[in-house]
Structure formats: structure tokens, C-alpha cells
Design a binder for this molecule. Structure first.
Ligand SMILES: *Cc1c(COP(=O)(O)O)cnc(C)c1O
Length: 439
């Protein structure tokens, strides 16, 4: 289970926490968190083994459920988000899946933004649907639509802090209020936001998920995912609605997770002892360690990438070959005011722009002319890497959407997504200018 003892005072600053959170060095384990490359753990005697198996005692049995390197990562991210506990898993996709399974339980319903990451849309409308968990998608800017979509079966309200590729900023507080009026927790995917730019828990989110593959890892080298329980949602307030927490947890006899682990910890206990245990999306100790290394420079990287992205976006906004730039840091962008309210430390470095010209069969060729001639930007289906990346949503990430769905998402045939990396901004601008000049 998650460690409850904090390595640092809860008031410790962000930079200190990202370097030291979750780890107490000692002579035997070294100054840097070690990779605990082991599948299982030896018990001191049979009585201890029996206590651990029955969840009577906290500890680790087997690395499918938990590993010490993973636990350092969990505690560090929980501290960075200001949360109570966290669970790290093999990918962002797995983090979203185990979170939604644990909360929606049997027959639950989810209200989600239609601007969500494509993999999450697939999970919701196909895989979770196969299991009888329903979903209603709404336009995240339409507060009445959120309110109207909630039913007595709704157990989750789900959105991203900043969506991509169009970079719509969510009014988190308004959506949190709607969810809470209905007695439902708000789950926020803050992969693009990162805890350096925004901590959704401060604006009403009850659970925060990340694809750690992106900015937390920061180097495009390892997959990982994490869900943080902010400790704010009281499953005991309407116990009949949440039997997975407040009723007997039958695999452990009469145990009730809400009584045994309490607010802020019962969710992690359920996710680890049931969903990760049964389905097996465990993070490898090596990946957990790489993500820990990445987090140590999170604020430096994200601040630099945000500044670079804004510089590049401002340049593109004045370029004759570009018809629109979707970056909420730019005045006049529809989400500019929300960005000023929620993102005072900077706007995320993932944004997009549209090539000028007709939206017809020549669009793909024109986009290809630009993307195939970039030398610094890399054509990669990822974000949050140290390298600057580009992608073409209409033929890549959003290629399976219908034309209407694509239009509703604000994506045209010439929309190009950018994830700004750590290179010199002047090189990035020169690279784009050279490629755009070929049109
Ligand atoms: C990448 C991504 C995911 C999925 O994460 P993986 O680590 O690729 O499984 C989920 N949400 C968002 C916003 C993402 O960008």
C-alpha cells in the first residue's frame, strides 16, 4: 500500500519536493533512489506473510502490486500534486483505466469531455462499454451540457486540464462544482498541464491522472502512468452509492476499505489490491526509476518548454503561410482568459497551427511538404519529450474520426500539432520558416 509517512514537510517547495520527495537516503541504499529489480519479497516468518496477504499489515508481497522504487515515485507525485496517495502503473492508459474501473464499478456511468485524448475516447466508447460502463460525451466548454448529462448512475466526471491538439483550457472549478452538486468525484487528466503549471486538486479535482510517459519522464524514453487521490472525496457521505469502498470487500472477508484505510487511501488500496492485482498493468522498477529521474528537472524543463512554445506560437501567428494558431497564451484565443486564471506559471508547450489554403485533397500534400522537410522538429506521435515533436492529427492521432467529429474537435485537414522541446528557440523557428517557405 502507499506510504503515509512523508519524507518532507508538506509545506516544502515544489523544486525541493521534485528532487527529494518520497525518498529517505541511507548508507545501505545510496543517495539516489535505487532500482529494486525484484519480483518478490522475503517474509521474516509465516505469521508476517499471513498478515501481509490479509492486508492486516502494510508491506510488499510481490511486484505486481507494489515495488519500493514505484512507491518512491508514488509518494513524490502525490506530494507534487498536494494529494494524499498515488498509484503508479505501466502507462497513462492503464492509470485512466484502473481509475475509471474502480470508480464506475458495476453499471456506473461516466460523463466525459469529447475533447479527451483519443486513447481515452477508445477506452470509454469501446472497452468500458463492453463491460457495461456507459459514457456520455459533452463539449467541455458547455457547463449546461455537463449538468444535463449527469444521471443517478453517474460515478465519474472526467476531463483534461488542457486538451490537445487545440489546447482548450478547462474551467476546472466550474466543472468540479457541477460534479460535486451531484455527489460525483471529478477526475482530471493533467498530463499536459503538469503539476508545475497547474495542480487540479487546488481547483476542485478529486483524482488526478497523468501519462508519466510525457512531461514527468520528460525524455520520451519510458512509459508510465499515475493516479493521485487528493483525499477530498468522501465516499462515506453516500455509502450506498459506493459499495466498493463502504461495503464488505469480500476477497478479504468482512473488511471494509473505507474503515480500514480511510479517506485519501481507500481508493489506492482498491486499485492496487483489485484492479492492478487482477489485470496486471504494473510499472517496471526501471521505468519508475527513469520517471523519478525525469521529475527531478520537471519545473526547469516545463518552464523552458512553455516559454519556447509561446515564442514559436507568436512567430507562427504572424506567418503568411499559417491561417490560425491554437495557443491559449495568445491574446484573442477563446481560452486566453481561462489560461490567465488557471495557468499563471505558463501555458503548456503542446499547441497547434493550421496551414493557410484550401481544405481539399491537396491539404495532405501541403502538410507533408512541411513535415517531411523539418530537420529539427521530429515527426513523432508523442508529447512532452526533450525533443521538439510534430504530428498531423487528421492522418495520425485523430485519423479514425469522422469529418464531423474532427470539425467538432476544431481540427482541420491542415492542423499541425507541436510539442516544444528543449532546443534553441531560434533553431525551431528557422526550421519551421524553411519548411513553410517550400509551400
Ligand atoms: C499519452 C496520453 C495518455 C495515455 O498515456 P500512455 O502513457 O501513452 O498510455 C493519456 N492522456 C493524455 C492526455 C495523453 O497525452
Amino acid at each position: 500500500m502507499t506510504t503515509t509517512e512523508l519524507a518532507l514537510a508538506p509545506s516544502t517547495g515544489f523544486s525541493t519536493t521534485q528532487v527529494q520527495g518520497g525518498y529517505r537516503a541511507s548508507a545501505s541504499v545510496g543517495a539516489v533512489p535505487p532500482i529494486h529489480q525484484t519480483a518478490a519479497y522475503e517474509f521474516s516468518n509465516l505469521a508476517e506473510a499471513a498478515d501481509l496477504f490479509a492486508l492486516r499489515k502494510p508491506g510488499i508481497i510481490y511486484s505486481r502490486n507494489a515495488n519500493p522504487t514505484q512507491q518512491i515515485l508514488e509518494e513524490r507525485i502525490a506530494c507534487l500534486e498536494g494529494g494524499a496517495s498515488a498509484v503508479a502503473v505501466a502507462s497513462g492508459q492503464a492509470a485512466v483505466a484502473v481509475t475509471l474501473l474502480a470508480l464506475a464499478h458495476r453499471g456506473g456511468h461516466i460523463v466525459a469531455a469529447h475533447q479527451l485524448y483519443g486513447g481515452t475516447i477508445d477506452l470509454l466508447q469501446e472497452t468500458l462499454d463492453d463491460f457495461g460502463i456507459g459514457v456520455t460525451f459533452v463539449d467541455q466548454d458547455d457547463l449546461d451540457a455537463w449538468r444535463d448529462a449527469i444521471t443517478p448512475q453517474t460515478r465519474v466526471v472526467f476531463a483534461e486540464t488542457v486538451a490537445n491538439p487545440i489546447a482548450q483550457v478547462l474551467d476546472i472549478r466550474a466543472v468540479a462544482d457541477i460534479a460535486h452538486e451531484a455527489g460525483v468525484p471529478l477526475v482530471i487528466d493533467s498530463t499536459v498541464g503538469t503539476p508545475h503549471l497547474i495542480r487540479p486538486g487546488e481547483h476542485g479535482a478529486d483524482f488526478v491522472v497523468h501519462s508519466a510517459t510525457k512531461f514527468l519522464s520528460g525524455h520520451g524514453s519510458s512509459l508510465g502512468g499515475v493516479v493521485v487521490d487528493q483525499g477530498t472525496f468522501d465516499f462515506g457521505a453516500d455509502a450506498a452509492r459506493w459499495p466498493q469502498f463502504t461495503g464488505p470487500y469480500t476477497r478479504f472477508g468482512e473488511m471494509v476499505l473505507w474503515e480500514q484505510f480511510g479517506q485519501g487511501h481507500a481508493f489506492a488500496a482498491l486499485v492496487k489490491s483489485k484492479y492492478v492485482h487482477d489485470l496486471g498493468p504494473s510499472i517496471s522498477p526501471f521505468n519508475a526509476w527513469q520517471i523519478l529521474q525525469g521529475i527531478e528537472t520537471l519545473d526547469l524543463r516545463v518552464a523552458r518548454q512553455s516559454a519556447t512554445a509561446l515564442t514559436v506560437a507568436e512567430h507562427l501567428a504572424g506567418h503568411p503561410a499559417v491561417s490560425a494558431v491554437h495557443h491559449p497564451g495568445l491574446p484573442g484565443n477563446p481560452w486566453h482568459e481561462l489560461a490567465e486564471r488557471y495557468l499563471p506559471n505558463g501555458v503548456p508547450s503542446v499547441f497547434s497551427f493550421d496551414l493557410a489554403g484550401t481544405q481539399d485533397e491537396t491539404a495532405f500534400t501541403r502538410v507533408a511538404t512541411v513535415l517531411d522537410n523539418l530537420r529539427v522538429f521530429r515527426l513523432v506521435a508523442n508529447i512532452g519529450d526533450a525533443r521538439s515533436l510534430v504530428a498531423h492529427p487528421a492522418s495520425m492521432t485523430h485519423g479514425h474520426l469522422t469529418a464531423d467529429q474532427r470539425a467538432a474537435a476544431g481540427i482541420s485537414l491542415t492542423t499541425i500539432r507541436v510539442s516544444a522541446g528543449l532546443e534553441d528557440p531560434a533553431d525551431l523557428i528557422a526550421d519551421l520558416d524553411r519548411a513553410l517557405a517550400l509551400l
